[in-house]
Design a binder for this molecule. Structure first.
Ligand code: SF4
Ligand code: SF4
Length: 479
């Protein structure tokens, strides 16, 4: 076996045949990308089955954190479907930009991996790349800036995840429920399919021309301490780096590769035949080999997630209806598409007839055990869980503001919390303790008055959640 001088990436065998060669750093990168793609696909499939156990796609995307940033800073609440996990992931990607450029895009993003796989298949079939001419490529790359502004500012002003219907990654994560994907995300699915087809010919098509997250990280990358540099004195202008770059950066003609498109993937470094000609720097120190870059990405990404999980801060799923009933603290904003109409009446102590009437839904067509997100396919219209949130929030605020003749200083029974004890509830509503016990059909010896409402069920059975106390108080106040 003879190794050609200055040749890395291909080895010439004694027979004269060339054998492909992959550097350890790239093995690490491909392994990490494959692991994340497989794991996240599994989460997507499982979320369609167990929505309170496996996180939704929105909780796993840092762009959701950016969309919800205004709402959390100025209103102190997340946009619907966003969890603290989205902010933690956004924080990680920002930290990574400062110490390793757009390494989130090059080493982690599963949509990038899918495009990379399609690019590999495309090259196998066509044996060539189809780069757009500079004249066409440049203006299309600027498309990402208005996309970033429209979807971020739009979400900030509108209070909604505006990109969701158009997001190819959201469509991908719903694919295991194909009928729903076509129904709910037809545009996202069309963009996903187009992206994958275009990636056969133009590597990383979505990253190059459409991704708003990529361009946001690219802008931050301008002030990053991390750089890819080329030594002009030792470079032999072989252009191998240009050929390898998945986003078409003309590395060979640059000294500091500071283009917003650079993914910090490190693909160009091991193919360079002259040692130490292409190298990464951190704070101007030539310390970072591609393998060190990969290790740094893994440590920061999994380290921060692991640490926040250990501290109990990381949260990416909604509590189940049962857990909500136990804590007794829920607002209309927390109504989710996986809940049924029965769940909503239970959680908010709203009579089912009132809910049907206020939603203008016919109970003979939509049974009360229908999931909110399925109502629109039963009714064949554009019914959304948002309508239920609005109606419930209106009913709750109406119950808080009674008409003058009925008004009193008493708060609404809806305000009873799971942490309040039976005695506190009786005092708060000026109800004799024994009357409250009678209405609840409970024995004060078995269930002491200092029992918090959420714990009654542990002693008296599952039907005694906080809502049962709210209903009992409501009945007493009515009589
Ligand atoms: S310049 Fe190098 S590190 Fe940057 S995207 Fe291209 S191949 Fe990857
Ligand atoms: S940096 Fe390395 S791979 Fe790129 S042109 Fe120069 S010698 Fe070739």
């Amino acid at each position: 076996m003879i190794i050609l001088p200055y040749t890395m990436g291909k080895t010439v065998m004694a027979s004269g045949k060339k054998k492909r060669w992959i550097s350890p750093a790239m093995w690490l990168r491909y392994g990490l990308l494959a692991f994340i793609l497989i794991y996240i696909t599994y989460i997507g499939v499982m979320h369609q089955r167990e929505q309170t156990v496996f996180p939704p796609v929105d909780a796993l995307c840092p762009f959701g954190g950016l969309e919800s940033l205004y709402s959390i800073l100025f209103h102190g609440q997340y946009l619907n479907r966003i969890f603290i996990s989205s902010f933690i992931l956004l924080g990680i990607t920002v930290i990574l930009v400062f110490i390793s450029g757009r390494s989130f895009c090059g080493w982690i993003c599963p949509l990038g991996t899918l495009q990379g796989i399609m690019g590999g298949i495309g090259r196998r079939i066509t044996k060539r790349k189809f780069p757009l001419s500079l004249k066409t490529d440049r203006p299309i790359r600027y498309l990402r800036y208005p996309i970033l502004v429209v979807f971020t500012v739009g979400a900030w002003i509108g209070g909604k995840l505006l990109i969701r219907p158009y997001d190819p990654w959201v469509a991908y994560m719903h694919l295991s429920n194909f009928a729903d994907t076509i129904d709910e995300f037809p545009i996202g699915l069309a963009i996903l399919v187009s992206t994958l087809i275009m990636s056969l010919f133009i590597p990383r098509f979505f990253c190059r021309y459409l991704c708003p997250m990529g361009v946001f990280l690219g802008i931050l990358d301008r002030v990053s301490a991390f750089r890819l540099e080329r030594n002009r004195d030792t470079c032999i202008n072989c252009m191998l780096c240009d050929k390898k770059c998945p986003v078409g950066i003309p590395v060979e003609s640059m000294t500091v590769i500071d283009r917003v498109e650079c993914l910090s993937c490190g693909e160009c470094v091991p193919v360079c035949p002259v040692p130490d000609t292409l190298y990464f720097t951190l704070a101007k120190k030539r310390l970072v080999t591609p393998i060190a870059l990969g290790v740094m990405v893994i440590v920061v990404f999994f380290g921060v997630i692991g640490l926040t999980k250990a501290l109990g801060v990381y949260k990416s799923t909604s509590p189940s209806v049962k857990e909500m009933l136990m804590t007794g603290t829920i607002s209309a904003d927390e109504i989710k598409g996986y809940m049924t109409l029965d769940d909503v009446t239970q959680l908010f102590a709203i009579p089912i007839d009132t809910l049907y009437a206020r939603l203008s839904v016919d109970p003979s067509i939509v049974p009360s055990n229908t999931k909110l997100k399925e109502i629109k396919s039963v009714l064949k219209n554009d019914f959304e869980a948002d309508s239920v949130r609005e109606v419930v929030s209106r009913i709750l605020s109406e119950s808080m503001t009674k008409p003058p003749e009925e008004s009193s200083d008493l708060p609404s029974p809806q305000s009873i919390r799971g942490t309040q004890t039976i005695r506190e509830v009786a005092v708060q509503f000026d109800i004799p303790l024994n009357e409250l016990y009678r209405e609840l059909d409970l024995d004060s010896l078995a269930i002491p008055p200092d029992t918090p409402c959420r714990d009654i069920k542990n002693l008296a059975g599952d039907e005694y959640h906080t809502t049962a106390v709210r209903r009992a108080v409501e009945r007493i106040l009515k009589n």
